[in-house]
Design a protein around this ligand. Structure first.
Ligand code: FES
Ligand code: MG
Length: 579
């Protein structure tokens, strides 16, 4: 309980639709009866919307139809009335140019779907990368009690007796294939073995990072994010979500009571300790801002400097996958290791505090979930860079790159588009050395468009053949959470709108100084001024439709790439109180 008295049936939001003795409400009741429900099914009961991101092109959510039945079972048992509403699926694997172009569309849809329907509480079903932030952003803004039901990771991949990790092993085998070391038959074997079941990518990629963040924020049932998608515990958890959301409605436990400044800070620390995807930065900032919590890149850098990486899960960890993480004790066991750094009084969806939720957690394998005395890395899940190439910030994942690049200076090799870069890197005669710095621009929120996951720029074939597997790379793109390497990402402001990355030329020296968090081009101010005066903006990508609206309103990476008009206090005059 959150200290408030329980709501009565007359105070339910849905009572506005169903209770009055007027013609409008007669219509609402008769239409539920058209669906085969009797008044006994719905009158005076919390109406729970199950917002389902299932689609036949979302391979990560293929178990959702069954899970919906479990949620409904739980809701009915607890005395609620459940209705399923389909929402935009935003699958990661098939959406072009990038699913990120549609995260805000899902967030808008969720907000408006809740606002316009007779819902007292919602269960938000997601997991594949952008679905978690999209659902959570919309849910926070809508403000009714909500519980997040994470899809759970798929089973570990397998090929020829070896475990395969989503994404990470695809890149790895692809580089070996480009080097001529993997046959067609082997490549097909990897293709068939890397995604063996329903569920999200089972490395600590964006999906598992974001569901862990939702868990640490207190929006899931405790520990739910670690349960493998096809484990029967996942079905039981789904029914528990149904039972719990009904009580959350009576208790009026709304998301603003859960997503507080303390919870956001907790989630950021937990994310760092898991070795989170770089995408967490953009999404966590966007979700926090919806809740009125300002989280800056500098806050994240400060936490990155002091938070050890404890989850030995690929790609930042060396050896294990999400299934191992679950059997080692899961997220609650990890949180327990760093509880001393968290605000354990934060309230969570089950009505208890984070501290109460982790009280019984146990680490069963301390090689997978490391103690503070033996972290995978002492720091370094994420670092934020600034300099004359990125005045509003850029990020890098030190734990996932070769330390020899932490301090590096080399000549830039600049590409203006992905196709131009792809053509060049496949050219075996390309004039490139391991000291070169590969640069891709026009890949940011507006330039991509949608800030695609192009940031792990491929190593030029000429270098691959010489045995090189890493080099310094810079872009205003994002990269997949399953990627790795010396990749500087999220350069802000982006080049497409005239950020300084737009002024860089091939051959200019670029300097990375990670210990001092600097990224600069060694070009004089006078020369940059000349280049700036000569710069002309590229032609817009869109003249109409969603893309047009997106480019007009998307914010830069350091602000979370939300739409300006969806932000919490949009339109509010200066000095007016926060909503
Ligand atoms: Fe869905 Fe990775 S493709 S989580
Ligand atoms: Mg991904």
């Amino acid at each position: 309980m959150n200290g408030k008295s329980r709501k009565g049936a007359a105070q339910l939001r849905s009572a506005r639709w169903f209770a009055p003795d007027d013609l409008r409400s007669f219509g609402h009741r008769s239409r539920l009866m058209q669906l085969g429900f009797s008044e006994e099914d719905f009158m005076g009961k919390p109406v729970i919307g199950i917002l389902n991101t299932w689609s036949e092109l979302n391979s990560c959510h293929s178990h959702f139809p069954e899970r919906v039945e479990a949620v409904k079972r739980g809701v009915a048992q607890a005395g609620g009335f459940a209705v399923e509403l389909p929402t935009l699926s935003v699958d990661e694997s098939f959406t072009k140019p990038t699913s990120m172009l549609y995260r805000n569309m899902l967030a808008m849809e969720v907000e408006e779907m809740i606002r316009s329907h007779p819902l007292d509480g919602v269960v938000l079903m997601g997991g594949c990368d952008k679905t978690t932030p999209g659902l959570v952003m919309g849910g926070i803004t809508a403000g009714v009690p909500m519980i997040y039901l994470p899809a759970g990771p798929m089973l570990r991949g397998n090929y020829a007796g070896k475990a395969l990790g989503s994404g990470s092993d695809a890149w790895k085998y692809w580089d070996e294939r480009r080097a001529g070391n993997v046959s067609d038959e082997q490549w097909r074997g990897v293709q068939g073995g890397i995604a063996r079941s329903a569920g999200v990518c089972m490395t600590m990629g964006t999906a598992s990072t974001m569901t862990a963040i939702a868990d640490a924020l207190g929006l899931t049932l405790p520990g739910a994010s670690s349960i493998p998608a096809v484990d029967s515990a996942h079905t039981r958890m789904s029914a528990d979500c149904g039972r719990r959301i009904v009580d959350m409605v009576w208790e009026d436990l709304t998301p603003d009571q859960i997503v507080t400044e303390a919870a956001v800070r907790n989630a950021a620390i937990v994310a760092m300790a898991t070795g989170c995807s770089t995408n967490a930065v953009v999404h966590l900032i966007a979700m926090a801002r919806r809740a009125g919590v300002e989280l800056s890149l500098d806050d994240l850098d400060a936490l990155g400097r002091t938070t050890p990486l404890l989850a030995n899960v690929r790609p930042s960890g060396k050896d294990y996958l999400m299934e191992d993480f679950y059997f080692a004790g899961g997220l609650l066991a990890l949180i327990k290791q760093i509880a001393g750094r968290l605000d354990t009084s934060a309230i969570t969806a089950n009505g208890r505090t984070l501290g109460e939720n982790i009280a019984e957690a146990v680490v069963y394998n301390d090689d997978v979930i490391r103690p503070l005395s033996n972290p995978v890395y002492h720091e370094g899940s994420l670092a934020v860079l600034r300099g004359n190439l990125c005045p509003d910030g850029a990020i890098i994942k030190p734990a996932a790159c070769d330390p020899k690049y932490y301090v590096h200076e080399g000549p830039a090799l600049v590409f203006d588009s992905y196709p131009e870069m792809k053509k060049a890197i496949d050219d075996e005669t390309l004039d490139v050395t391991p000291d070169h710095v590969l640069v891709l621009r026009n890949a940011g929120p507006q330039g991509g468009p949608g800030m695609p996951e192009w940031g792990m720029l491929p190593i030029p074939k000429a270098l691959i053949k010489q045995g090189h597997r890493d080099m310094l790379r810079i872009s205003d793109a994002r990269m997949s959470g399953t990627s790795y390497g010396a990749c500087v990402l999220h350069v802000a402001p982006e080049s497409f709108i005239g950020g300084p990355l737009a002024l860089l030329k091939t051959g200019d020296m670029v300097r990375l100084d990670l210990p001092n968090r600097r990224l600069d081009m060694v070009v004089s101010e006078d020369e940059l001024a000349l280049r700036r005066a000569a710069w002309t903006p590229p032609a817009p990508h869109f003249e109409r439709g969603w893309g047009w609206m997106y480019s007009k309103h998307v914010t830069q990476a350091d602000k979370g790439c939300d739409f300006d008009f969806l932000e919490r206090n949009f339109g509010r005059a200066a000095g007016e109180p926060d909503i």
